[in-house]
Design a protein around this ligand. Structure first.
Ligand code: ADP
Length: 256
């Protein structure tokens, strides 16, 4: 597997297997995910994309029936080692979900929440909030109403707020689990533009059902099928010249 990415490797996954009870949901996944670029995970529903994504910040730890074997290193650190503090890991590896999930509090407090928990100084908070909202491409729309409830924002704005909330704790990796599937086309295109901007500073892994989206925004694509990672490579190669028949069948719409 290629290790010579332009910006180096951020995440190395070796022989990852995962079970939910008796359901062997991920089989021997091996993948290197490049730094400062966008990696898309595609494949039919139920093939393990979200499960794999959740392994990268140990969100599956919250599921009692879940058992994991294998090795995941992020910037050379074994994230499943006993020494790892999961709260710190989730700060470093942030996550944005399908449905925007702002906290029921003001726009300002949503973004300030993480930095406060992680001990940011009181005097630094408003600067951190502004920077994060600017980086989340939301500042211009909300700067005059930071104390309003986040729940009054539109769906697309709420999703950008969730991205800003993730950015506020200065992650290195951002995991996106179908971040646009609940959004209209204009909001979707704003999030896509934002992701392309963010990859300059962050490593991005995105699950998407939308093949055009994967083609538009990702540098690399991994195709999953019933718990296997069938193929991984540069996005244009996966889309234009897939090596596996099942990849070709999926991207040409023959199943899924
Ligand atoms: P995808 O993201 O590709 O749609 P998932 O990762 O959600 O796929 O699901 C992969 C498999 O794991 C499916 O068989 C699904 O039923 C199972 N699964 C997902 N989440 C859970 C869970 N919390 N508990 C038990 N089984 C789960």
């Amino acid at each position: 597997m290629s290790n010579d990415f332009e910006n180096g490797t951020e995440i190395e996954v070796k022989d990852l297997n995962l079970w939910y009870g008796d359901n062997h949901a991920l089989h021997d996944i091996n993948i290197n995910i490049p730094k400062n670029s966008v990696t898309a995970l595609i494949g039919p529903s139920g093939c393990g994309k979200s499960t794999f994504l959740r392994c990268l910040n140990r969100m599956n730890d919250l599921i009692p029936t879940c058992r994991i074997e294998g090795d995941i290193q992020i910037e050379g650190q074994d994230i499943y080692s006993k020494e790892v503090d999961v709260v710190d890991l989730r700060k470093k590896v942030g996550m944005v979900f399908q449905k925007p999930n702002p906290f029921p509090m003001s726009i300002h407090d949503n973004v300030a929440y993480g930095p406060r928990i992680h001990g940011a100084k009181k005097g630094d908070i408003s600067g951190i909030v502004e920077d994060a909202l600017r980086s989340g491409a939301l500042w211009n729309e909300v700067s005059d109403r930071l104390q309003n409830s986040a729940l009054d924002l539109s769906g697309g704005q709420q999703q950008r707020l969730c991205i800003a909330r993730t950015l506020a704790v200065k992650p290195e990796v951002i995991l996106f689990d179908e971040p646009c599937s609940a959004l209209d086309p204009i909001s979707t295109s704003k999030i896509e533009d934002l992701i392309l901007e963010l990859k300059k500073d962050y490593t991005i892994v995105i699950v998407t059902h939308n093949m055009q989206q994967a083609a538009r925004i990702s540098d690399h694509t991994a195709f999953f099928l019933v718990g296997d990672m069938v193929e991984f490579g540069k996005t244009e190669e996966i889309f234009e010249n897939p090596q596996e028949k099942s990849t070709e069948d999926y991207i040409t719409g023959r199943f899924g």
